[in-house]
Design a protein around this ligand. Structure first.
Ligand SMILES: Cc1cc2nc3c(=O)[nH]c(=O)nc-3n(C[C@H](O)[C@H](O)[C@H](O)COP(=O)(O)OP(=O)(O)OC[C@H]3O[C@@H](n4cnc5c(N)ncnc54)[C@H](O)[C@@H]3O)c2cc1C
Length: 478
């Protein structure tokens, strides 16, 4: 059995960024993820906001990691070539909401966040389409947007390039500690290491129980969204929040880092893994959007989705277990977990450095920037087509994705093996037709490049094969 220093459980944004930080050091690390791709939990389906940190209770882990995470995010996304923009955010309120705006301002100042209270006229300069009733806003220029799954994937890719390992379809089933080592049994092999870092999101409390670590009760809250076509992308230039309530930050209107617009999320008590959207949730989004934003355009909705928040008490838990040795437990990473993840990852390295001689490696391998049709000049594109014809074949017409980009994704450090994994990496299937045109081409390319048969290609996780079997077994191979 391979000897390792750290086993990271869970390939969400927290696990991926921890693995990335570990791969910069002398510690040998592996990440175990139960699904067939990273970013399979909350890190694939959230609002993608890099919060400024004004609404976290001062003195909490949430406040500390959010503010530090925001500060780290903007260099990180450049290094990892992840779509992101520091577009600022506004919390808007009618006349009677000034007290709430003032309270948020005070918290922001305590947390060390740049915030400003604006009147209606000043707010309109930032966002002309706020509702007529809005009189005040809290402006946070340091907030922004990021593609959460691309951040997770890029961090994993860079970690692999720097020597870390990732095992997918490795659901952790058992953990035991003997002779100063943890053995972690999964559905895809057993692994031994000095430390376990449990960042399994919705599954983290169960992993803690399996390890005999501290027990936590978990709550789940679903957030439903509308996604609008990229033709609406310029309609909103900043993130528009209502005043927060005890249920959370409320239903926002926001641009996405990839050029769409989202309305959502709801906050509905639910069970782990309940990502089905409902009509009631959509009605709630419509009602709340109209309170802050004057011109929602539901005719441009191209998709809906939902993500599930994992909540453990009121704060993030990021610490060594008090019950078992060498076990770092990371639980309750609900919002603002995406914003906080870069800071959580650095803090985990500090925790390890309390016990280990952690040294930063020399000659780290940077993540190469992948070429994209939309970013090429005509001359660059023509030169690429001369070398490789697949640059001349557009597979996804809505998002202008070429066959070459899909092949790049399939042969990435962490290969894309499903239609949705290709979609998350290239945007093929993310446009107006939602894969109506390109879906079958992507399946063919995946089958060809991975040596699988078409019925073996999955849409996403679990049993999501698209084709059941060939109609004519003796027909020519595609
Ligand atoms: C609706 C919604 C909106 C949000 N909006 C924002 C936002 O705008 N800004 C922000 O900062 N935060 C936001 N968040 C929070 C953010 O999405 C999360 O904090 C973050 O994604 C958590 O990342 P994670 O790595 O801890 O968990 P996850 O992404 O859930 O990853 C955990 C991983 O562990 C794996 N796993 C589970 N059990 C096992 C097991 N037994 N063995 C192996 N692997 C296992 C899972 O498959 C999963 O891939 C939002 C969350 C939701 C749901």
């Amino acid at each position: 059995m391979e000897k390792l220093d750290c086993i990271v459980i869970g390939g969400g944004v927290v696990g991926a960024l921890i693995l990335d930080e570990l791969s910069k050091t002398n510690l040998k690390a592996i990440l175990l993820e139960k699904e067939n791709d990273v970013a399979s939990g909350a890190s694939r389906a959230n609002s993608g906001i890099v919060h400024a940190g004004y609404d976290c209770t001062p003195g909490t882990n949430k406040a500390k990691f959010n503010v530090e995470g925001n500060a780290l995010m903007w260099d990180l996304v450049k290094e990892l070539h992840v779509p992101a923009k520091q577009c600022g955010s506004i919390v808007v309120a009618p006349k009677e909401g000034l007290k709430g705006i003032q309270e948020l301002y005070d918290k922001g100042i305590k947390n060390g966040v740049k915030v400003e209270i604006l009147n209606r006229e000043q707010t309109l300069k930032i966002e002309p389409n706020i509702s007529d009733e809005i009189e005040y806003s809290l402006y946070a220029p340091e907030a922004g947007i990021v593609s959460p799954y691309k951040l997770t994937i890029a961090a994993t890719d860079r970690a692999i390039l720097n020597g870390a390992r990732v095992v997918l379809e490795a659901e952790v089933k058992d953990l035991s500690y003997k002779d100063k080592e943890w053995t972690v049994a999964t559905s895809n092999g057993s692994y031994t290491a000095k430390y376990v870092i449990n960042c399994a999101g919705a599954g983290a409390a169960k992993i803690n129980d399996l390890a005999g670590a501290d027990h936590y009760e978990t709550e789940f809250r679903r957030g439903d969204y509308f996604v609008l076509d990229s033709t609406e992308g310029k309609a909103v230039s900043t993130v528009i929040f209502p005043l927060p309530t005890e249920k959370g930050k409320g239903i926002l209107v926001a641009p996405t880092a990839d050029g769409n617009v989202i309305y959502g999320p709801t906050s509905i008590p639910t069970n782990e893994g309940d990502t089905g959207t409902t009509l009631d949730a959509f009605a709630e989004i419509r009602k709340n959007v109209s309170l802050t934003y004057k011109c929602p355009n539901y005719r441009k909705v191209i998709r809906t989705y939902a993500g599930v928040r994992t909540i453990v008490g009121h704060d993030f838990i990021v610490e060594y277990s008090k019950k078992v040795p060498s076990f770092i437990q990371i639980l309750g990473i609900c919002s603002p977990g995406l914003s906080s993840a870069p800071a959580i990852a650095k803090y985990v390295i500090k925790l390890l450095a309390e016990k280990e001689d952690v040294k930063v490696k020399e000659n780290l391998v940077p993540l190469p920037k992948k070429k994209k049709l939309l970013e090429l000049t005509d001359d660059e594109l023509n030169a690429l087509i001369k070398e490789n014809e697949s640059w001349g074949r557009i597979v996804c017409r809505c998002e202008k994705v070429t066959e070459a980009e899909i092949i790049q994704a399939i042969h990435s450090p962490l290969p894309a093996t499903t239609v949705d994994a290709v979609k998350r990496r290239t945007r093929a299937g993310m446009g107006r037709c939602q894969g109506g045109f390109c879906g079958t081409r992507v399946i063919e390319i995946l089958a060809r490049e991975t040596g699988k048969t078409i019925p073996e290609i999955k849409k996403d996780m679990g049993e999501s094969q698209i084709a059941i079997s060939r109609i004519k077994e003796d027909s020519h191979e595609v």
